[in-house]
Design a binder for this molecule. Structure first.
Ligand code: UTP
Length: 279
């Protein structure tokens, strides 16, 4: 069973400065809910009840968000506004939150490696990058779809989507063979390739199911692109053993780590909300 979900959230979020100078990027709200809460709700829907967060300096607002605020609770008790805390109370009732810090920003591979003390070495675990906001209005959430696929293939699963050729340099990109509709057996992965050298236009986005042997792979991986420890490079070693599946998920993904994607997500959720209220 996949019960634990890791949230690497130690990045500086420099594309959102100055907003992220003293506030974590993961706490930026889409309407009234911070990005990381969307991620936690997706993980819960997929069956996880332990949320393991990799934090860093200046990220205390995340810890506080998933804790009781006694003054606030006292202040709004009995008022109509109490309802606004319903979702977060439900999360706190059902989930355990654990935290560790990544002291230095050494890349996503390093952040995930730091998570070994939280997720352990026994079971597969999920990873969500909260700044990739994913929704599927027509059915199961993206992580739930991936968990189902894990049970079929019992190996690492990465979420993938087609991106325009001129954008592949922003992503980890896979090479692989389609083994069933939308499911690829990955043979190679390249982090941020030049547009004309990418093996495909199938980009990896911020959802993973990882098996615990990934920790050994990361330990043996050398810093790659930008001098950072890349999870793509560690996964590439797994892929060479036929142990990575890429899944073209059903749903939408917003790149909320960029201003454009963030605005797009805000408009999308606002429209959804307006339509709901009309009904
Ligand atoms: P990004 O590169 O998108 O996040 O990393 P960033 O560095 O915070 O953003 P910019 O580019 O400066 O605006 C993807 C995810 O991996 C985490 C980030 O927090 C983000 O969720 N991450 C990345 C870490 O936790 N540690 C790292 O060393 C690198």
């Amino acid at each position: 069973m996949i019960k634990k979900c890791l949230f690497p959230a130690a990045g500086y979020g420099t594309r959102f400065l100055p907003a992220t100078k003293a506030m974590p990027k993961e706490m930026l709200p889409i309407l009234t809910k911070p990005l990381i809460q969307y991620g936690v709700e997706e993980a819960m829907e997929a069956g996880c009840d332990v949320m393991a967060v990799i934090t860093g300096r200046g990220k205390r607002a995340i810890t506080d968000h998933f804790d009781i605020s006694y003054e606030l609770e006292h202040q709004i008790k009995g008022s109509a506004k109490e309802e606004l805390l319903g979702d977060i109370r439900n999360i706190m009732d059902k989930c355990t939150f654990t935290y560790t810090r990544q002291n230095e920003m050494r890349g996503l591979g390093d952040a995930i490696y730091k998570g070994n003390v939280l997720v352990g070495f026994q079971n597969p675990f999920a990873v969500i990058l909260a700044d990739d906001l994913c929704v599927n209005p027509d059915g199961d959430g993206i992580l739930k779809q991936m968990v189902d696929l894990y049970h079929k293939y019992k190996c690492c699963v990465v979420a993938t989507m087609e991106v325009p050729n001129e954008e592949v340099h922003k992503y980890g990109v896979i090479e692989g063979k389609e083994i069933e509709e939308g499911v690829y057996m990955v043979s190679n992965m390249v982090e941020k390739p030049d547009n004309d050298k990418a093996p495909s236009n199938l980009a990896v986005i911020g959802r993973y199911i990882l098996t615990p042997d990934i920790f050994d792979m990361i330990k043996n991986t050398k810093p790659g692109k930008n001098g950072e420890l890349q999870i793509t490079d560690a996964l590439c070693e797994q892929a060479k053993k036929g142990m990575v599946i890429a899944y073209k998920f059903k749903g939408k993904r917003f790149d909320c780590g960029s201003v454009d994607g963030f605005v797009e997500a805000t408009n999308y959720f606002y429209d959804q909300e307006k339509n709901k209220n009309k009904k």
